[in-house]
Design a protein around this ligand. Structure first.
Ligand code: ZN
Length: 333
């Protein structure tokens, strides 16, 4: 059960506002009982109190990126590579050449494609195992933090991307300050993240797949994030609610929840089996029934997710903004 109440002693990690509402009683994919605070100024929700780095590290084990070269089961892994290729296409359409920084580059698959196309690329990845795989994929060192890169950066970037990584950072305000310094005037910033203000998020409540507690530290109202960036020296280029990579799986989890097969069952199927660990924990009969239902329900989920996206309320959304030439910046830079 989610309880609400005032939480006067916490500060919003995005806008630094101090007027918040507490929401307690969240259990999610990973073990633990978490409390969130919702900022009344910018609409962001965030874990309060923030877990320390040592606690968080426990939740980024080998299962997060997969212990080998893959994170998902075979066919899903191949589809995930296709989606990384499509991310590279988004960058190419914005900027046909230049220097690209991907914050939270994971295994560096998108950067590998862009480097093959002739871009100068850099990546940042906190998780050491994933960073080592990224270094192998792109054939160059990967930074472990924005601060480390900023201390060594000799030139600015034409594109900086946060593909589902900004929500993982304990201080997104600081991350956006550094990003602003690293971005060329006229450069593009891409932020893809779950949208806490979306209809799917409110329907799923504490079972919303993209809560991913405690790895997702801040949950943005993406429209408010767009307004925040607009005030801080950026011009909105596009705000897309369509994501075939993230939104249908969220809808599928919601449908299974309605059918009484909850606990984010479809997501757990995708990330289990070939790793030799059974993440699912269902009886054999229930698993068989769920697998039989999976194909038709997946089609239903894809349709439902896209209807929600067409209504401007995708479970995740992608913001593309352009840095204005010559105006100020984010306070505190
Ligand atoms: Zn705020």
């Amino acid at each position: 059960m989610i309880l609400t109440g005032s939480e006067p002693d916490v500060e919003c990690p995005l806008c630094k506002g101090r007027e918040t509402i507490a929401k307690r009683g969240y259990q999610h994919i990973m073990p633990g009982d978490w409390s969130l605070a919702e900022c009344l100024r910018c609409g962001a929700s965030f874990i309060a109190p923030m877990p320390d780095a040592g606690t968080l590290a426990k939740y980024y084990d080998d299962d997060y990126y997969g212990p080998g070269e893959s994170k998902f089961i075979g066919p899903v892994e191949r589809i995930s590579w296709l989606f990384r290729f499509l991310r590279a296409r988004v960058v190419k359409r914005l900027q046909p050449r230049g220097r690209i920084l991907d914050v939270g580059c994971g295994r560096g698959v998108m950067l590998k494609v862009l480097k093959h196309w002739g871009y100068c690329v850099d990546g940042i990845e906190l998780d050491n195992a994933a960073a080592l795989r990224a270094e192998k994929n792109i054939g160059q060192p990967v930074y472990r933090s924005l601060e480390q890169l900023a201390a060594n950066a000799a030139q600015r970037y034409e594109v900086i991307s946060f593909w589902h990584s900004l929500e993982h950072l304990p201080d997104p305000h600081r991350a956006l300050q550094i990003t602003h310094q690293l971005l060329s005037p006229g450069g593009f910033l891409i932020i893809a993240a779950p949208n806490m203000a979306s209809r799917p998020a409110s329907l799923s409540g504490k079972n919303w797949l993209h809560l991913d507690l405690p790895r997702h530290l801040t949950h943005f109202d993406m429209l408010s994030l767009a307004r925040f960036l607009e005030k801080e020296d950026y011009r909105i280029i596009r705000h897309s609610h369509f994501s075939q990579e993230y939104n249908p799986i969220d809808a599928l989890c919601f449908i299974f929840e309605l059918l009484g097969c909850g606990d984010l069952y479809p997501y757990r199927i995708m990330t289990s089996s070939h790793h030799g660990k059974d993440n699912v924990g269902f009886s054999a009969g229930k698993r068989l029934l769920s697998l039989v239902l999976l194909p038709p329900l997946t089609m239903f989920a894809i349709i439902g997710a896209n209807v929600s996206s067409m209504a401007g309320s995708g479970s995740t959304s992608t913001l593309i903004v352009q840095k204005e030439r010559g105006r100020g910046g984010i306070p505190g830079e």
